[in-house]
Design a protein around this ligand. Sequence first.
Ligand code: SF4
Ligand SMILES: [Zn+2]
Length: 340
Amino acid sequence: MLNKYFSKIFDESLCRTAGVAFDAIQFFNKYHPSPSIIPKWSDKPLLKSWEKTRPILGWPRATDSLCPECVKEARKAILSGTKDWQDLVNTKVGEIKAQVIERDGQVWMIKDCPIHGRCEDLMAIDSKFLSWIEANFPGRDIRAHSDEHVHHHGSSTVKHGRGTVLTVDLTNRCNMMCDPCFMDANQVGFVHELSWEDITEILDNATRVKPRRQMSVQFSGGEPTMHPLFIDAIRYARKCGFNSVQAATNGIEFAKSKEFCRRAFDAGLRYVYLQFDGVGNDANSHRHVGNLFDVKLRASKSCSSLPSSIRSTMTRSAPSRSSPCRIPKRSPSSAFSRFH
Ligand code: SF4
Ligand SMILES: [Zn+2]
């Protein structure tokens, strides 16, 4: 007991001393800085901590936001052809000011649209926790450059970062018909599928952006394995320099054939994202494939039998009421995620 007490005191003093030492080094560095490094994945130098800018954080504060109703109306108007999609880039469609406030220990965003009235969103159920997260924000990273053809989204343009994390929806087809499906795969009455030219253009454009520290692409859909050029797309992505090539998949094709897993691995696939709604076939039955849980376990096993890095990544999704999600300790899968 006493030991624990002293070890806690020692731990706290060590942290405090390290903090003071770090601040002191930062202080002197500021006045005698060593030259900034330009890494090979950027044309601009790494930023010193004091060069990083920060948005206004904390509350109460005013911020920019969107009116959800204005956005829906704009989307409808574009789809019906009465509005030009370029308005999204060139004007501030649906943008309104919002207030971030604390109320009963929670953080809320309050917006007033002149057309649709008030809308309130809960941002955090614990204001102290959000405060801690904001306090740990390290500041904005390197300004994106060489990105004129990619980051051209009006006020929503991504301006800072260290690389590309791209999601490419190869097709809206799927070999399942879940309800709900986040993409309404198979349910919209038309097929939208990228051509080879589309795929290469998207990947080529994305590789022009700098910085290029992180190069990740996730093929999604619909079910990306339904695209006839799925394997070619993986291979091309690796050729372009994406070192983390992933598939968000329902796993059926991976479960059906080890040969398919092998071909995907050989082409350069490194991550397979699977989703489980719970443990056991019953917990997944609302997706209308009777043995879906078994299918995913088989997919997971087939992938993990490959020599190295096809691995599933684990994210526990919210437990369903009927079947709490208890992940077995020795699950053959190393991964659960929320896609599909
Ligand atoms: S597997 Fe995924 S993409 Fe296919 S229908 Fe279900 S949710 Fe939609
Ligand atoms: Zn509105």
